[in-house]
Write a protein that binds this ligand. Structure first.
Ligand code: Z5A
Length: 231
């Protein structure tokens, strides 16, 4: 039987909370995560930050391989397996223990990235991603996903101005053509349609502070049990 979206076996609901941020490169995830973590700390919540690919010593090594522009010809299935190898380590070492201990975990990307980038962007399809998810994620999935949606043309111009400003080269993914990011964006739209209550679409245009406010409005009702400023 083919694996399907939502076919998870175990839930940690009722303990901590697992929130992921998603979107195409340049949508402003890093900016928003930084603002979000600062607001959480003001509320007395000490979140655990996770990152994909990476976030653990093993994951950082895998991240180096994945994003190295020298590996631009990597086979899409090799790429897919490496993203899940990094994720399996992240789940075992960081995410599962933190959620189990009642913490709020904030992850920069998770399996939805693989559905969007490898499933849609690389044309591997969603089924293969869900099959590997069963093996790698041990039933772990985000309780809430914030999808920062931005037109790929605008996202690309943000990335280019950052690259110029910081005088750094583009990585393996950033050099993909615009059509690739359009497919990835359609992948996110498909995930959002399939799971609208978990995956919330955030308009990623406009001033960062206004976007941060709309994110906070969505998350606050879900984290009141973790807030020390309400006690
Ligand atoms: N990937 C995958 O293919 N499959 C997977 O399963 C996973 C990942 C997990 C990870 O790269 C790559 O791996 C990613 C997908 C792939 N590749 N791509 N493309 P990463 O971790 O190095 O980078 P990233 O996750 O794509 O994000 P980023 O480069 O850090 O960008 P961002 O977080 O989306 O944006 P930002 O850094 O917050 O902002 C970008 C610029 O825009 C910056 O100069 C900001 O100052 C500016 N900005 C931010 N917000 C605004 C607003 N609101 N207005 C104007 N300007 C703004």
């Amino acid at each position: 039987m083919a694996a399907a979206r939502g076919g998870y076996t175990r839930s940690l609901a009722g303990r901590g909370l697992f929130v992921s941020f998603e979107g195409i490169d340049g949508c402003g995830k890093t900016t928003q995560i930084t603002l979000f973590l600062a607001r959480l700390r003001e509320m007395g919540i000490e979140p655990v930050r996770a990152q994909e690919p990476g976030g653990t010593p093993v994951g950082s090594l895998i991240r180096g391989v994945l994003l190295d522009s020298a590996n631009a010809n990597m086979d899409p299935r090799t790429e897919l397996l490496l993203y899940f190898a990094s994720r399996a380590q992240n789940v075992a070492e960081v995410i599962r223990p933190a959620v189990k201990a009642g913490k709020l975990v904030v992850s920069d990307r998770f399996t939805d990235s693989t559905v969007a980038y490898q499933g849609h962007g690389r044309h591997l399809g969603e089924d293969i991603v869900f099959r590997l998810e069963e093996i790698a994620c041990d039933g772990i999935r985000p309780d809430l996903t914030l999808w920062l949606d931005l037109d790929p043309v605008k996202a690309r111009s943000r990335v280019r101005s950052r690259t110029d400003r910081m005088e750094v080269g583009q990585d393996h993914m950033e050099v993909q053509p615009l059509e690739f990011f359009e497919r990835v964006r359609r992948g996110y739209a498909s995930i959002h349609r399939a799971e609208p209550s978990r995956v919330r679409r955030i308009d990623a245009e406009g001033p960062p502070e206004a976007i941060a406010e709309s994110i906070l409005r969505l998350v606050l009702p879900r984290i009141s049990h973790l807030r020390k400023d309400l006690v």
